[in-house]
Design a binder for this molecule. Sequence first.
Ligand code: NAD
Ligand code: LMR
Length: 323
Amino acid sequence: MNKKIITITGAAGNIAYSLIFRLLSGNIFNQDTKIQLNLLDVSAVLPVLKGVKLEVEDCAFKQLDSILITDKPEKAFSDSDFILLVGAKPRSKGMQRADLLIDNANIFQGQSKLINENAKKSTKIIVVGNPANTNALIIQNYAKDIPAENISSLMRLDQNRAKSILSSKTNSRVEQIHQLIVWGNHSATQYPDINNVLIDGSNQKILGLDSDWVSNEFIPRVQNRGAEIIEHRGKSSAASAASAIFDHMNSLVNGSNDWESMGIMSPNSYGIDDQIFFSYPLNITKSKIEIIDNISLTDDSLSYIKKSEKELISERDIIKDLL
Ligand code: NAD
Ligand code: LMR
């Protein structure tokens, strides 16, 4: 039997309440691999975590090895194979994700040092807590012994949203849509890019789209979907975020035969500043993540991408004293 240790922070929160169950029922790993879950949250909600643990046990998941619940990050990160950094404040109505920066940056700074000391050096870290890309930069800055390529921030929710909206518009099924990518920040400046999309191997339906719909409906709808959910639910997305974390992690473990989007440390590809976590188009195999080079960009695309880069640089400026 193999065992993987998966740490989830913010484990008593909304996203975790979907994520834990999706991970344990979803077969990311082969049948011989069991999962040890290390669930971390703050002391005040340890009773809630206890309740979550009881419910997980009640599911009798075949893949479950054991569950640790704790308010001690050093225990939670000990020997982790995967660390899902969800624990952070969510925004409420009227806020931008960057408004969370100061509050959440301290959480990520503190945890990154403990990750460095306690997790496996090969651990894969997925940053979800907002603003996810800049929090990933904080993690990379302090968890110096973890290779930067093992750290990524969640953009899959944006990619999934874009795919779903495009599938309705084009009367296609989501699995027929390929090469849909999202560039930049997980924020209202992100750029969902359909210029390379193939639907059933063809770009005919994309060429047939009204450019006004793309610029004035599709792109802003995807960019602002998080706020739209908050407007309706009164709380930020949780089940769809959990589903996207599952998809992101599945791509890291099993690779993907489609183009994917994740926030990764920019290596200056496409001329993007090299000290920010930026969402690029990626080819992901079991062993590596590679940026898809040589995508030709229109002037419009470049201007969206540069705007998002600028925002990430300004987020970095806000936390520069921490770096
Ligand atoms: P939530 O408030 O329901 O849960 C957050 C949990 O984190 C709480 O239980 C809280 O006690 C815990 N927490 C706070 N500080 C902690 C610490 N230092 N260590 C461990 N746990 C800590 O929020 P949620 O809806 O689960 O969202 C969590 C984060 O994910 C938010 O920042 C939200 O904005 C973000 N989010 C990101 C994406 C994305 O696509 N990147 C999508 C959805 C939500
Ligand atoms: C989302 O995209 O739904 C999350 O980042 C939550 C938010 O604040 O929008």
